[in-house]
Write a protein that binds this ligand. Structure first.
Ligand code: ADP
Ligand code: ZN
Ligand code: ZN
Length: 673
């Protein structure tokens, strides 16, 4: 084999933005140096020792060989990333315009390059592995067969698995994972948020024993590194976790599944701003393996591709448990309730329905989207609203702690007795938060045992599990909660679900909001009547005629999809275009405004591609966070590549003339800033 005298090296793997490739000489005694290895090199002023990652070998350099420094140490015997992983990282670098080092870092968790090499504990093969006590139904069978067929032929294919809530998607995943293991390969199952899926994890560990490696955000570096090694050594053959689990270093991946593929957590909000689905599909394409996108409410973009035959559609139309039907859903117009003198947060029907459940010993879930409906403090005399001085957002009143908290930056202050504006003492908290709902329940139904689940109650997976188990074991009659309870809760005794304010996310300027409302209502409604008892759902709203609410109440994804597609076509939103979002930020408002206007002008001054649309500059939906001012510009185009190229080009041009400006670029955003 030919010996290369030089190595191409990235210094550090982080988000610091140092994204250049440096060349070092490979000394004679380090002839084992290969791409993927970690080395120590002299760097910068005073030749400080830095860790470097070898990404290539070369025999040519385009500057004075006398200036090339030597690699000083080789820190790993084996590469920490493969050529394949490096190549995928390079693909991400291009596709998202992100630093290569931060892309590559996704495959190399921090703890991995530490010297401590704790031996991974050996596990016994014979874990009690349980079999299910049912057979697949016809639809499940068909889905499994279809995907299995592509696996036999080592074919890449993207499948949208659209299955109503409770249709047994998990069992389909399990059979296909078994298939991948039988082929001697490994599988990755992505979930939106691990702490919200205790049931899924339980089922998987029961079925696959210790072959399953579960990752989540609270793992320490050492734990992460241990899992990484177990995956490399083949001890773990199934990786389950949030989007980062996609980067598990398996040697022969056979299958990738995204459960609840519509969830926004699949998109990273930090550079690289990647979407797990896109990376999964690229991996699927390269490895010749299927990618499954499972959901009761697939993203409009993904369903559209299924319609265009770019993806294949698999459907589960019925609930899997024999006898379980989809719940009856009733929409209640809260304007009428108000007009007839009911000022309570519960409409009369819901109050009555809860009472019946209590009498029958059945359980109720009450759902509130707290984000839109947090309790803020305002003056009844002059209307003044207490806001965080750093973010200009209303504080949320936390009754238990007796504190006002900015949910954005976390700032906490004590409540005031009088209005800072007019001096009146009529300063009160309004709105409906989960705490207030819990209180009202206690007044309305003093005999009920109530549990509350939201981010201020949940401070770790433990508490989540506690509440989850208490409710499962019927130690409470009513569970009040936020989005957290919309997913994964599968309890036979729950026969009533009340949605207290369906409108709370509907009215925002983000074009995603209609779709999110539909998804959320469908998910929430899916919590009722999962066993043989019939379920009932009541949706309280001020916009009962809106299609996202109507269609969710009729479990009609197709109708929703058609209306939404028409709306998207009208406004030129995805799937008909791609969006590139620029966020311009800075600490001086006038500077940020000036920069965004000059950048806008520049975007308009080059020969823009045909069909190009531009929106803004406008204040971001959060105009100011922690004293940072934020403005937004959106550009849209059908052709993603050309859109990216144009955006990159303009941004670079702009930064040449205004190098101090901060312009963040986000392609295919899941949230408009
Ligand atoms: P989904 O993920 O589609 O919402 P789940 O996978 O959670 O649905 O399945 C709902 C319930 O149906 C689970 O309790 C599961 O054990 C059960 N189940 C799945 N498949 C079958 C089947 N073929 N026969 C009977 N029960 C089933
Ligand atoms: Zn006042
Ligand atoms: Zn704040």
């Amino acid at each position: 084999m030919m010996r290369f005298p030089y190595a191409e090296i990235i210094i550090g793997l982080n988000h610091s933005g140092l994204d250049r490739i440096f060349t070092y000489r490979i000394p004679e005694n380090f002839s084992s140096v290969r791409p993927g290895m970690v080395v120590e090199v002299p760097f910068g002023k005073g030749d400080r020792k830095r860790r470097g990652y070898v990404i290539g070998l070369t025999d040519s350099i385009d500057y004075d060989p006398a200036q090339v420094k030597d690699i000083q140490k080789v820190l790993t015997e084996e590469p920490v990333f493969t050529e394949e992983e490096l190549s995928l990282a390079r693909w991400m670098q291009q596709y998202y315009d992100a630093p290569l080092s931060s892309c590559l870092a996704l495959w190399v968790p921090k703890g991995v390059t530490r010297r401590s090499r704790k031996k991974a504990s050996k596990v016994s093969e014979e874990d009690a592995v349980q079999k299910p006590d049912f057979c697949l139904n016809e639809e499940q069978e068909k889905a499994v067969e279809t995907v299995s067929g592509t696996m036999d032929r080592h074919m890449h294919r993207v499948f949208v698995l659209r299955g109503v809530t409770g249709s047994g998607k998990t069992e389909v995943y399990i059979r296909l994972i078994e298939k991948a293991l039988d082929q001697g390969r490994q599988a990755i199952l992505l979930v939106p948020e691990i702490s919200l899926t205790p049931q899924l994890i339980d089922v998987l560990t029961r079925r696959f024993g210790r072959k399953v490696g579960v990752t989540h955000s609270r793992l320490t570096d050492a734990e992460r590194a241990a899992l990484w090694r177990q995956a490399k050594s083949g001890e773990i053959r199934i990786a389950v976790g949030p989007r980062s689990a996609l980067f598990t270093p398996f040697s022969d991946l056979g299958l990738i599944i995204l459960d609840e593929e519509h969830e926004t957590t699949y998109k990273s909000e930090q550079s690289p701003r990647y979407h797990a689905r896109d990376v999964a599909i690229e991996m699927g394409r390269r490895f010749g393996i299927p990618v499954i996108l499972g959901s009761a409410t697939p993203l409009v973009e993904d369903y559209y591709k299924a319609g265009q035959k770019e993806y294949s559609l698999l459907r589960l139309t019925k609930r899997a448990v024999p006898g379980a039907g989809l719940p009856r859903v009733k929409i209640v117009d809260m304007r009428e309730e108000m007009a007839s003198g009911n000022m309570s947060i519960f409409c009369r029907d819901l109050a009555q329905a809860v009472r019946e459940r209590l009498e029958r010993g059945e359980q109720t879930i009450l759902f509130l989207n707290r984000k839109g409906y947090s309790t803020f403090v305002s003056c009844r005399n002059c209307g003044f609203v207490l806001k965080c001085p750093r973010c200009y957002l209303p504080y949320t009143w936390h009754k238990e702690e007796r504190l006002l908290i900015c949910h954005h930056c976390g700032k906490q202050v004590r409540p005031v007795e009088t209005c800072p504006e007019c001096g009146s003492s009529y300063i009160r908290h309004f709105g409906t938060g989960t705490q207030r709902v819990e209180e009202e329940i206690r007044t309305f139904f003093p005999e009920a045992r109530v549990l509350r689940m939201d981010t201020s109650v949940i401070r770790g997976e433990e508490t989540y599990r506690d509440i989850y188990e208490q409710f499962r074991d019927h130690e409470a009659d009513i569970l009040v909660g936020t989005q957290m309870i919309a997913k994964g809760f599968d309890f036979p005794e729950v026969t009533l679900v009340g949605v207290l304010a369906a409108d709370s996310i509907l009215y925002s300027e983000d074009y995603h909001s209609t779709e999110r409302t539909f998804q959320l209502l469908t998910q929430v409604a899916g919590r009722a009547g999962r066993a043989d008892k019939e379920g009932e759902v009541l949706i309280q709203t001020y916009s009962p005629e809106h299609y996202s609410i109507q269609d969710a109440s009729e479990h009609d994804y197709d109708s929703f999809y058609q209306s939404e597609l028409t709306a998207r076509r009208l406004i030129g939103a995805p799937p008909f275009t791609h969006i590139l979002q620029f966020l311009i930020t800075g600490s001086v408002e006038q500077t940020v405004i000036g920069q965004s206007e000059r950048f806008h002008k520049l975007l308009m001054s080059y020969g823009q591609p045909r069909g190009f649309m531009i929106l803004g500059p406008s204040p971001a939906s959060l105009e100011r966070i922690n004293n940072v001012f934020r403005r937004r510009i959106l550009i849209k185009l059908e052709d993603r590549d050309r859109l990216m190229a144009y955006g990159k080009f303009c941004r670079e041009k702009f930064l040449q003339s205004e190098p101090k400006a901060h312009i963040q670029m986000d392609i295919d955003p899941m949230h408009l800033q």
